[in-house]
Design a protein around this ligand. Structure first.
Ligand code: COA
Length: 156
């Protein structure tokens, strides 16, 4: 399956495909993606596709967008995969791509928040090497990307 999936950066022209993906999601999916229940508008889809203050990657099969992942400048990301295409490795591919992107952007950290019952997201975080912190009502995953440069003290 993962051979047929294309992961690529979103362009402005993708907004309708993103809008279609979001309209196919359940309330629960939307809650998990945004941390609150929210039906996106066409303008929201255009904003996601714009890459203005974030970078969005899409997972596509035969021209249909089946997943979306957005990384923000502070290193926080979130993603969603259409239910019919879950448990096939698409979410993992998207997060791997965001880690690469975060390194290229020279971000010092990449991070996500999710709910304690979100087993697939927790599995992705654990598998890819995120440090996970479990709280009663949320799980925080973090991966440090750059080591603080050691201060070089000139020898006398
Ligand atoms: C989280 C999400 C993006 C994962 O997408 P996905 O394409 O199913 O992810 P993968 O196929 O890469 O699966 C990730 C892991 O979860 C496991 N998994 C997937 N669905 C599962 C399920 N229903 N129950 C238990 N494990 C599951 C997979 O087997 C895989 O485990 P592995 O790493 O040990 O092989 C998807 O479930 C989703 O869109 N959820 C709603 C939105 C959301 O929660 N977003 C995250 C916000 S940070």
């Amino acid at each position: 399956m993962s051979e047929q999936v294309k992961i690529r950066k979103a362009t402005k022209e993708d907004w309708e495909k993103i809008y279609k993906l979001y309209n196919s999601l359940s309330d629960e999916d939307l809650y998990l993606r945004f941390f609150h229940l929210y039906r996106i508008t066409e303008d929201d889809a255009k904003r996601i596709a714009s890459n203005e203050d974030h970078v969005t990657y899409l997972a596509e099969i035969d021209g249909n967008v089946i997943g979306e992942a957005s990384l923000h400048k502070d290193g926080e990301f979130s993603l969603v995969v259409n239910r019919n295409y879950r448990n096939l490795g698409v979410g993992t591919l998207l997060v791997k791509k965001l880690i690469e992107e975060a390194r290229e952007m020279k971000l010092s950290v990449i991070k996500f928040y999710t709910l304690p019952e979100n087993i697939p997201m927790i599995k992705i975080g654990r598998k890819l090497g995120f440090k996970l912190r479990f709280h009663e009502d949320e799980v925080y995953g973090e991966m440090r990307l750059t080591e603080k440069e050691l201060e070089v003290v000139p020898m006398e």
